[in-house]
Write a protein that binds this ligand. Structure first.
Ligand code: TGC
Ligand code: FAD
Length: 389
């Protein structure tokens, strides 16, 4: 079996610290040993690799940038990005799991939560003892979450929630849902715990994409949650959008892992597949495809690294994250489709990872803001004119 040696045409590794390289290598090894051998089976069966959750916790991959006092590794954003890249080389579903837990559950608790909420939840989420999900999207409000209809109402000793969320990663598995709902017309975050009366999280079935990931509805029917489960510092749409910045960042890095495995598979196949008495890699049309793939990977890697360095300096703009998410998802999907072409009929088999990645990337290009929404977000930034209203 061909061994993956990384894809680094511009010696970008020279720009990484020893710690960053060490984290990347240990996750690469983990993916090689624990994910790649079993992922196709899970994908076919439509199941998540739940047995890996404690191991992901032991490796310190949940909430990796958060402080050690909450049981986290307190590493920088470039290390976080490299972890996402390596996990997504295994499968977008595994990256999604870690990204949701870290960016969309631990980050909002850390940023908007009380000290009591942080002390209770963060160490348990860091170890993988507890699982979380993030409920923003609703059946009728996807790209436009400001219109959400889920409502919270103040009642004695707490809040009453009514409404529904849809397309929620990890929903059925989650011990705690970070739920966004309007309280007196203002969007606030609430922690809804599994088993609360009136709360259910049925799994959505029938996906042709992200099959090794749990996606669910969240339903709230007169759900009473205690006073202390509101995220006290959350206020307005800006709060969930701040969480999305973290998750979009992790997707921008993650999809480079998909690109790398698709390119690597296509290159190796093209060198060994003989047609018309020559390897197909010897034909100019194939070489052009491979060169385009490698160029797009290199551009995405450089974009990510600078994005990470800006984020570590506290200087990143959310529109820059949008540009990286938008560019890299589109490039990754193009690369997966081109790799499938290079493999010919073999490209549709699950003996190779490319069709699975291509199918996953359809979701990845859509969630965390569609390609079109990120176009409009950047368009607004450079023109000063919002086109989505
Ligand atoms: P708008 O008026 O533009 O913004 C409201 C307030 O928020 C500020 N803001 C941001 N702040 C931080 N980060 C961002 N990215 C921000 N974008 C905007 C803005 O300045 C404003 O602040 P203030 O102080 O004036 O109140 O709001 P809008 O309603 O016009 O909508 C803006 C729009 C369209 C960009 C936003 O709604 C959007 O991004 N829509 C896309 C929805 C989306 O991405 N959903 C993702 C759901 S989660 C998910 O998909 C998880 S998948 C996970 C996985 O499995 O990996
Ligand atoms: P819509 O908003 O209905 O858009 C449909 C089409 O119209 C898109 O092409 C869109 O770009 C386009 N469009 C919309 N408005 C405009 C406009 N103004 N101008 C031009 N074009 C426009 N959400 C969560 O909250 N938590 C999760 O954990 C989560 N996980 C997900 C997991 C999966 C597998 C998937 C597929 C989705 C997940 N989502 C999650 C939801 C995801 O964020 C939404 O699907 C996404 O934001 C798009 O919303 P929508 O599907 O309702 O599409």
């Amino acid at each position: 079996m061909h061994k993956f040696m990384g894809v680094d045409y511009f010696n970008i590794e020279d720009l990484l610290s020893e710690d960053e390289i060490m984290v990347r290598n240990s996750v690469r090894e983990f993916v090689e040993q624990e994910i790649i051998p079993i992922i196709e089976k899970h994908y076919r069966e439509g199941t998540f690799l739940v047995h890996l959750i404690p191991k992901l916790g032991e490796l310190g991959l949940f909430g990796i940038t958060l402080p050690q006092k909450y049981g986290c590794a307190e590493m920088n954003n470039v290390a976080y990005g490299l972890v996402m890249q390596e996990l997504e080389r295994g499968d977008s579903g595994v990256r999604s799991f870690v990204s949701v837990q870290s960016s969309l559950v631990m980050y909002p608790i850390f940023t908007f939560g009380s000290e009591q909420q942080k002390n209770y939840w963060l160490p348990k989420l860091a170890s993988g003892e507890k699982i979380g999900c993030f409920g923003l999207t609703e059946p009728d409000y996807g790209s436009n979450p400001a219109g959400m209809v889920t409502r919270a109402e103040k009642v004695k000793n707490g809040y009453k929630l009514n409404g529904a969320k849809m397309w929620i990663t990890n929903g059925t598995l989650a011990d705690v849902a970070v739920v966004w709902a309007k309280l007196d017309g203002v969007i606030r975050g609430f922690l809804v715990e599994k088993g609360t009366k009136g709360f259910s999280a049925p799994e959505m079935k029938g996906k042709h994409s992200l099959r090794a990931s749990v996606t669910s509805e969240l339903i709230f029917e007169d759900v009473i949650i205690p006073e202390e489960n509101i995220l006290p510092d959350s206020s307005g749409l800006k709060s969930p959008l701040m969480c999305l910045n973290q998750a979009r960042y992790s997707i921008a890095w993650g999809v480079v892992g998909s690109m790398m495995t698709c390119y690597d598979t296509a290159l190796s196949y093209a060198k060994s597949r003989i047609q018309f008495n020559k390897p197909i890699a010897a034909y100019q049309l194939t070489q052009q495809k491979l060169v385009n793939m490698l160029t797009e990977i290199t551009k995405a890697q450089l974009l990510n690294l600078q994005l990470g360095r800006l984020k570590d300096k506290g200087e990143v703009k959310h529109t820059q994250i949008s540009m990286a998410k938008r560019n890299n998802c589109e490039a990754a999907l193009d690369i997966a489709r081109t790799a499938r072409e290079i493999l010919g009929a073999n490209g549709i088999l699950d003996e190779y990872p490319v069709m699975r990645h291509a199918a996953n990337l359809e979701s990845v290009k859509t969630y965390e803001g569609t390609h079109e929404m990120h176009t409009l977000i950047i368009g607004e930034d450079i023109t000063g004119l919002a086109a989505f209203e």
